[in-house]
Design a protein around this ligand. Sequence first.
Ligand code: LCS
Length: 400
Amino acid sequence: MNPNWRFDTIAVHAAQHPDEKTGAISQPIVPAVAYAFADAESAAATVAGERAGTYYGRYGNPTTRTLEHKVARLEGGEDCIGLSSGMAAISSALLAFLQQGDHVLVTRDVYGGTYNFITLLAPRFGIHSDFVDCTDLEQVRAGIRPNTKALYVETPSNPRLTVLDLRRLSELAKDHGIPLIVDNTFMTPYLQCPLELGADVVVHSATKYLNGHGDVVAGFVVGSASTIEFIRKRIAGDLGQNLNAWEAFLILRGLKTMGLRVRAHCDNAQQVASYLAGHPLVEAVYYPGLPDHPQHGLAMRQMRGMGGMVSFEIKGGLKAGQAFINKLQLAMISFSLGDPETLVQHPATMTHFSIPAEERLKFGITDGLIRLSVGLEDPADIIADLEQALCAAGSLTGEG
Ligand code: LCS
């Protein structure tokens, strides 16, 4: 592979070659679970890791392996493992560094499922955590304890779009000898490569922009070869979180258009954010591409584009928010994000419902907060839909 290739070329070509027998350009799907060995010695060597090869579906698959090589190349990591969901990737990455008696420092606003794993399941295994405002490096420094074994962040965060300084956080983590784990789901490697900025591990929900079509649940961990090997053997392998060949094929297909799609998501989101910022019924808009976003300058330096997610507060709180969402005709009320369709959701009652109300407020997740995953439709149609729904919500609630 040409080392000078740029992102879109890598996304199409990295790790993929026409099939030797048939010349097929698209990746063959290999659904096999078991693989025949020529002799007992090669079986033993493969299982021992002394010889490359696949031996059992739970520990790897040839179609998935092609995808893992491609994602590792896109993120600039040594190796990658594909897993059955973003949560499988997040929990595996954390379990790779944490054991009983350890502590993890976590940024304040993270995806609700991540919060649940860290606060509900991990403590049952003696792993403890603190949530701190990672925009404030002094708070992070003060939060590190002798038994802190990882710093975990999401940037921009779900759902408040808070942007964190990955270079400075990784320097701080290195000073304390702990790994920095970054959830890069909202950005994709097209917009941000945390490993280049000093992070040690990247996790993804590939369910979102990487696959990009809303038809696969999957995740990735990218990091050093030894971290990925440990996850493959001891965590994903033994817990059974493998990514199957069919879904790997769909993600390989989705990845080929990732640059195109993400550029369009960013363009549409910027237009939607600017529109919302000028609307009288809108109290505040959270989008890193707006000049009044608290980390706009950092976002412009750190990210190659501002992403497709826009959150905003509607005047009139929960009642106005629900009235607005109910009036949308194009945007769909739905979980997930990064799909071609514009999706809208209410974090306080949907994605972040499991976080206790007082904690939610500390994370900036108010009852009036609405999150949009801006899709690939014509931006004029998306904005027209928002316009009519805001107008209808305004007259229903008497706001505006
Ligand atoms: N990381 C982030 C930033 C996410 O937004 C999600 C899911 C995950 C990890 C977990 O990925 P999964 O296991 O679902 O592949 N976020 C969702 C959301 O905002 N709405 O529905 C799911």
